[in-house]
Design a protein around this ligand. Structure first.
Ligand SMILES: Cc1ncc(COP(=O)(O)O)c(C=O)c1O
Ligand SMILES: [Zn+2]
Length: 402
């Protein structure tokens, strides 16, 4: 029988999608079972099937997939040159079906939900997990119940609702909404697969396995990841830990969790050498997707970072916006502000001389800029307004005859 495990107190529990926090410690539980003799099944086209041995599923139903995974690892030569690196890559998770990394976790959640005969799946989200859950729910014919935080960009609200999910825009403290979702879920039989759900986290591992293969079975020195609840970071780290356990890797990459300074409970705790976080008061940042003042999985994320030689950083909104523009203008990658924290964080690493020119660096670009268009106002993007009659002179003002 599948088991969940609490890494803080070492207790095992029977796997139960309605109870995935340790009643003793309050930390999120993780899937305990590690299959023996795991292999990559690279002859399979879908990412879920190729890495099935690393996932807590006995059978994959291909009809539930939307083609998640196998996202490109894009070499960023122009940014690398400006930062004096030889190998800088973007793992571009925007190319998942609903334009964020969340699809990897959601895909596993729905495999599980369908195999357990669950009738409704819910989530508490800043938007990306909402549209992902809604899309997979639509495809699986499973009803979805979505709690969105007030202030969610309209693109994310509408791209969730279009899939026919039940949407609730909730005002109030994130921690309270999160707790209520779990207790309501138990009462009403709705499986709330939130940001630190154990099956969701297992799904995130797959991106790390892909990175390893895309680098010809080499390990990067650094992996930079934007952090809110820490679920994604934990999942990615578990992917590399699996490789180590199976003897395919002899070390861990240095994981760098990046938060927006305007809401950085985990970066703050890390800087102060604390084991856990305290609620971040008056949170305010342009990176709405990672604005989470009280992350329920935060203590576990800090533990993973501490025990595996990683670190946490905070970056300012000005640094985030600059990085967002550079990723788009220099590398053609239009990501949301949350994802841009990775480049801003890398610049910090270079400044403090932690990252060196020969290091192989991967920045995980977690979500598309198209789902938070409001932030583009900040860039004051110039547009030449003209008429047909004046078009030639307008163009000449930018491209003079040479
Ligand atoms: C674009 C984007 N990046 C990063 C994150 C952070 O993920 P996690 O909550 O797993 O730390 C989120 C979470 O919603 C997100 O939408
Ligand atoms: Zn525990």
């Amino acid at each position: 029988m599948e088991k969940f495990e609490c890494l803080s107190c070492g207790t095992f529990y029977p796997a139960d999608v309605f109870h995935y926090f340790c009643p003793r410690c309050g930390d999120p539980l993780l899937v305990a079972s590690a299959k023996r003799g795991r292999t990559f099944r690279l002859e399979r086209r879908s990412s879920l099937e190729a890495f099935q041995d690393y996932l807590p599923v006995t059978r994959i139903d291909p009809s539930l997939s939307l083609g998640e995974g196998w996202t490109p690892l894009v070499k960023m030569n122009r940014l690398a040159e400006s930062l004096n690196f030889s190998s800088l890559f973007a793992k571009n998770e925007c190319q998942n079906p609903t334009h964020s990394f969340k699809d990897r976790g959601t895909a596993v959640v729905f495999q599980k939900a369908r195999s357990l005969g669950i009738k409704a799946v819910g989530t508490v989200s800043t938007g990306n997990m909402a549209s992902s859950t809604a899309a997979y729910g639509g495809r699986a014919g499973v009803a979805t119940c979505i709690f969105l935080k007030e202030g969610t960009p309209v693109e994310k609200i509408l791209s969730t609702g279009v899939h026919g999910s039940h949407l609730f825009l909730v005002r109030g403290d994130y921690g309270n909404i999160f707790r209520q979702s779990l207790s309501l879920g138990r009462k009403l039989g709705i499986y709330f697969a939130n940001s630190v759900d154990p099956y969701r986290i297992e799904g995130y591992k797959v991106a790390s396995l892909e990175i390893f293969l895309q680098l010809d079975r080499r390990l990067p020195q650094f992996v930079l990841v934007p952090v809110s609840s820490g679920g994604h970071l934990i999942g990615l780290m578990r992917g590399f830990l699996d490789l180590k356990r199976d003897g395919l890797a002899d070390r861990m990459p240095v994981f760098v969790g990046v938060q927006a300074q305007g809401c950085s409970p985990l970066a703050r705790a890390f800087a102060r050498g604390r084991e856990t976080w305290t609620t971040f008061k008056n949170a305010a940042t342009i990176a709405h997707a990672i604005s989470n003042p009280s992350p329920p999985g935060g203590r576990l994320a800090l533990k993973y970072i501490r025990e595996n030689g990683g670190l946490m950083l905070g970056v300012s909104d000005a640094e985030i916006l600059k990085a967002q523009r550079e990723l788009a203008a220099l590398e053609g990658i239009f990501c949301d502000p949350a994802s841009a924290t990775t480049l801003a964080g890398l610049k910090k690493l270079v400044k403090i001389k932690l990252a060196r020119p020969r290091d192989v660096v991967v920045a995980v670009i977690t979500g598309s800029g198209l789902k938070s268009m409001e932030t583009l106002k900040e860039h004051r993007i110039p547009v030449h307004k003209t008429t047909v009659a004046k078009l030639e002179s307008a163009v000449r003002s930018v491209f003079p005859e040479s």
